[in-house]
Design a binder for this molecule. Structure first.
Ligand SMILES: [Ca+2]
Ligand SMILES: [Ca+2]
Length: 401
């Protein structure tokens, strides 16, 4: 309905507006008290915020800025606030241990942030309460989303792939990102198999082979919430083997192991990673008994120490010694649930491991969902492969949990 307002009402309305404007100007502005209750999101381990977090209350029309600290119950009280619209903001820095206690999801240094509009009305003068939620994800960033290593009958393993996911809220350039498999047996495969001779070194991992995403720094962007697939061979494996469902003809990268005898396939459609260091055979086969994998970056690969494996002959290729500080993410799979003593990645870096029911069973390991933040999926990363990955009966390249 769209009728004209009769002139009488129009005049009356103007009068009312004028009256209220004048009467407001005449009133003295009464300062009020504003309480803000801080909390954590429902999917965190606790919702109870503690003491000592600074909250800023800033007038959105300029000038006025107040600061106060939370009490033991996560509340702040601002006294003598001029009524109006404010932006309330708070940041809480967490150590890895604090992050794990509070979130129950993340186990690394991170910051939680909260921001809310506070519309402080002139009344009641005492006791207007507002809520402010502190949330966030670690700045860290790239994670293994899925590792498919088991292969299918009969002894087909060329369909192996690794999927890397941007778990952060920012775009990340992948140029220079390195991926490596770590030296050491996956379990008691033969009677005389022993755990890696490096198992007492809790500060390094020892890589067999290292591949790198090419680029000068800003060529290969990975958007927040997106992933890339690295194929052993970037082809449609369903055309090669009836037991696999894996089509990698659209993979983002493949590990092409250039050899004089052309034993590896160079799919023209799929770009090749840089082969930085290689000690494998015909291709970059990651062991079907359960590999350990790491993502890392270094400005100077040549500066990394190459070391002999103790008790092996000098003719055996050295391994690349990578300090744990360079590691971005890790994945560890072992032969079975009793193979814990064969762990290759120090427990301080990756506390657990996954295992398949057998070799060539087509099972895959995918990181689980921690939070679905209105469409943006944040995957679980507690630095414990056993905790963070679930075993799937079938690989799911490109599919998020
Ligand atoms: Ca290949
Ligand atoms: Ca290729």
């Amino acid at each position: 309905m769209n009728t004209k307002i009769p002139k009488f009402f129009s005049v009356l309305l103007t009068f009312i507006i004028l009256f209220f404007s004048v009467s407001c100007e005449d009133e003295e502005v009464q300062p009020i008290n504003v309480r803000i209750q801080l909390s954590y999101p429902d999917d965190f381990a606790t919702q109870q915020v503690g003491a000592g977090i600074e909250v800023t209350l800033r007038s959105t029309t300029g000038g006025n800025e107040l600061k106060a600290l939370t009490t033991a119950t996560g509340e702040v009280l601002f006294e003598g606030v001029i009524p109006g619209e404010y932006q309330a903001e708070a940041t809480q820095q967490l150590t890895a241990a604090e992050a794990l206690t509070i979130t129950g999801i993340f186990n690394e240094e991170m910051a939680l942030n909260g921001s809310a509009v506070v519309d402080a009305a002139p009344s009641p003068v005492d006791g207007q309460q507002f809520d402010l939620e502190l949330s966030g994800t670690p700045a860290g960033d790239l994670v293994f989303k899925e590792v498919y290593y088991t292969g299918v009958p009969d002894f087909y393993f060329s369909d192996q792939f690794i999927e890397i996911y941007n778990n952060s809220e920012n775009d990340i350039f992948l140029d220079g990102l390195c991926i490596a498999d770590i030296w050491g047996a996956s379990g008691q495969i033969n009677p005389n198999t022993t755990p890696t001779a490096f198992s007492n070194d809790t500060d390094h991992v020892y890589a067999n082979s290292v591949w790198r995403i090419p680029g000068s720094g800003q060529e290969h962007v990975l958007r927040s919430g997106e992933s890339i697939i690295i194929a052993q061979d970037g082809i449609d494996h369903t055309a090669e083997n009836d037991n696999t469902t894996v089509d990698l003809s659209n993979a983002d990268w493949e590990t092409f192991n250039q050899r004089d005898d052309n034993r590896d396939v160079d799919s023209p459609a799929v770009p090749n990673l840089e082969r930085v260091y290689f000690t494998g055979g015909f291709d970059w086969l990651i062991t079907v008994f359960g590999p350990a994998l790491v993502l890392f970056r270094t400005d100077d690969f040549d500066a990394l120490e190459k070391v002999q494996v103790p008790d092996l002959p000098d003719t055996f290729s050295p391994r690349v010694k990578i300090p744990k500080e360079l590691l971005i993410d890790t994945f560890e799979a072992l032969r079975d649930g009793d193979s814990g003593s064969f762990k290759r990645i120090p427990a301080g870096v990756d506390a657990g491991f996954v295992f398949a029911t057998d070799t060539y069973v087509g099972e895959s390991f995918r990181r689980t969902l921690a939070i679905d933040q209105s469409g943006r999926k944040i995957l679980q990363d507690t630095n414990n492969s056993g905790n963070d990955f679930e075993r799937l009966d079938t690989p799911t390249p490109g599919v998020l949990p």
